[in-house]
Structure formats: C-alpha cells, structure tokens
Design a protein around this ligand. Sequence first.
Ligand code: IMO
Ligand code: MG
Length: 422
Amino acid sequence: MANTILVGAQWGDEGKGKIIDYLTDEADAVVRTQGGNNAGHTIVHGKRKFVLHLIPSGILRRGKTCVIANGVVVDPLALVAEITGLRKQGIPVGKNLLLSDGAHLVMPWHHALDEAREQRKGKNKIGTTKRGIGPAYGDKAARTGLRVGDLLDPKEFAEKFKARQRENNAVLRTMGAKPIPLQPSLRHYLAAAKTLRPFVTNTVVWLHGVMARGRGLLFEGAQGTYLDLDHGTYPFVTSSNTTAGGACTGSGVPPHRMDKVIGVMKAYTTRVGEGPFPTENEDVSELLHGMGREYGATTGRARRCGWFDAVATRYAAMINGIDELAITNLDGLDHVPVIKVCTAYRLGGKTLKHPPTSAADWALCRPVYRTFRGWMKDTSKARRFGQLPPAARVYAKALAELTGAKLSIVSIGAAHDETIRL
Ligand code: IMO
Ligand code: MG
C-alpha cells in the first residue's frame, strides 16, 4: 500500500475510525500524528463496538502495528485506561503498540486549566472536550512541556513534575481554580509511566525502517479540517494541525514520501462544541437524534447537525490536497424527502465560494442551497454502487463533484461490510 493520509474534511466525527479500520487490511502500520484523547473513533466488529481515543484504530487487527507518533499529546492515565480496557475486551496490546518518546504529555494541571479557561470565557467558551488538549499544546509551544521520554527516569520525572506543578498551581490559584495536590497525583503518573515504558521508542526511526522495507503506512487523522489550529474556525478549533501537513510534522515522515490523501466526510454536516456552522438546521438535528445518531463518542454531547456544506469541503480538498473521498453516513438521509446542499455563501451582498477567515464573518454567512430529491429507501443493504437507489447515486456523485475529488468509498452503516468501494 502507498503511504496514505486520512483526514476529516469537516468538523470531526466524520467516521474516520470506521474507514481506517476498513483500509487497515492494506497497510502495515497505522499512525496517529496529532490530537489526543479528545478524539473518539468508533469501530464496530460484528456485534462488538469499540471506542478508541488515543490508540490508532488498527489495534483491533492482528499483525498490524499502531504508532502514537511525536505530534500527539498523550495523557498517560488515559492511555493506560485505554490499554487496560482493550485487553479486557480480549484485544492484545503489546508489541503491536509503539509510543513516541517525543510526544508531549497531558498533565493534571492541563485538565484544570482547560476547565478554568472555559469557565472564565462564559458564553464565549469554545466547548472543548476538557481533556487538557489546548493547555498541553500551549506548553509544547512555550517549550515548557513534559514529554513521554521524561517518563523513562522516575526520579527525574518526579522533579520535573513538582516544578511544573508548583508553577501551574500559582496560575490556577490566580484564576480562582483549585490547585493540583502533589499526592496522590504524582504516584498515579509514576505508576502509569511504569506501564507505558515498554511501548516507548523513537518512532521516527521505526517508521523510516518500515518504509525502507517497502511497506505502507496509514496515517489516521483525528478531528477535522475546520478544527485545525491554522485553517479552522479560530478560536473555535482544537490546538493541533488536523490537516494533511500535520501527518508529516507529527510523524517525521517527509511530505514527498506521502502518496495519497483521503478525505472523509459525512453526507451531511455535524459539529460538537461552539463556533460557526452556516448550514446548521434544527430539522436535520431532530431527525438524526431521533434515529439515535450523532451523540459524541468522547463526551456524549448531542452533536449539532445540518446540511452538507460544499463550500467547506471544497476548501478542505484544497488545503489537504484530497485525492479521494469517503462519504459516510449516507444512510442517515435514507428517509429525507428533500435534501439540501450548500454551494455558496452570501455575506454582505457578496457571494463567497470560500469560507471567510474570521469566525465572526463565517457566523454571518447565509448558505445558498441546491436541492436534491431524496431516495426514501433503506440503503444499508447495498454492497455495490449500482445497488444504491438512483437518487442516492446522484447525490453521492454530486457531493464528490462539488468537493472536487474522486469518490472512492461510500459508507452506509457502522459495520465493516456496510461499505461500498468504487
Ligand atoms: P474526532 O477525532 C469532533 C472539538 C471540541 C471543541 C474543539 C476544541 O472524534 O473527530 P479540544 O478538547 O480539542 O480543545 O476542543 O474541538 N473536538 C472535536 N469535535 N470530533 C473530534 O474528534 C473532536 N476533538 C475535539 O468539541 O469544539
Ligand atoms: Mg469522533
């Protein structure tokens, strides 16, 4: 398999976990390069459902190696809990998981700061997952972070932990938040360090070894294009580069070794947390929530839902260099008589073909819609594109054309076989 980057083309939760699981057969290793346990990737195997947050979705398949690369922020307690949970479900986690010594750590003060900052923002809050992601990446950029490699020497780790705890507690106190007690906190992190030590390695060298043997890597994106720190609806974004470039900086695999970018997008749009969302629609939300769909895998929050936004996905195709598209959740629209797709925005008397840079402007954009006839039929049994109702084929093709990339996968359910390859 070629080295493939898979990214979300919308606001996250596009169904990346399912598509990664589907493509894993063709790869030798699956690599996470950014984000942390703010991600929630749901995979259904037979009757069993797995939700992964930090560990790449390839872990469920025998013979595949999963890599948590340098660009990820790792909460050691959350990672240990995830490993334990998988083992309890009968999934072996051992030599098949590698953890970069250069990945930054999410520490208890990051959680507290995430929470305190959100509270102070009041109605202007971002609506974060409260997993400490922003403050952890903040420390990384400020060059004050702790890294996985620091876990390897317990004595030194304890010293660094104490120093960082003191400094961050001072900040927490000025914010009126509760400081982090040294114990039992430090004890918990030292115990986690012990569990994680066998997984730690220089993943850059390992990944280049795999490539030297002519093997293929699959890069599992977390979050989505419009949660990207540089290209998203700032400040309503996450703190990493969720776009294709993040896979290079986050892994140490250079750009010219990447062969393909696959963009995953839902047949409609969803968003969790605050921020602009021009095609948000109450009827679509009600319909999907009524079907028991679109509740967050990480925080359980009901996702905001709306029509497909082709202005957003076209721009996403440009930033990421998307070659191929996977459309997921087509079955979510099975019983919608008239389906709308946003093809342009109206703002201040002008028609826009690209989203504005300012989130405030974006929030004022009015969608220009094209309507499509619904197919009003169950699509979940289709296994070939030709087995989809004609109106569903027209719709899927139109989404790919409006986005400007080749349609290669259509997903019509959570299970592995509920997938159509074109
Ligand atoms: P997956 O990988 C959807 C959103 C949060 C919030 C913003 C910032 O499952 O697609 P953060 O905790 O990252 O500082 O929150 O980003 N967010 C996600 N939304 N899917 C995700 O991951 C997300 N990870 C973060 O809701 O709006
Ligand atoms: Mg998710």
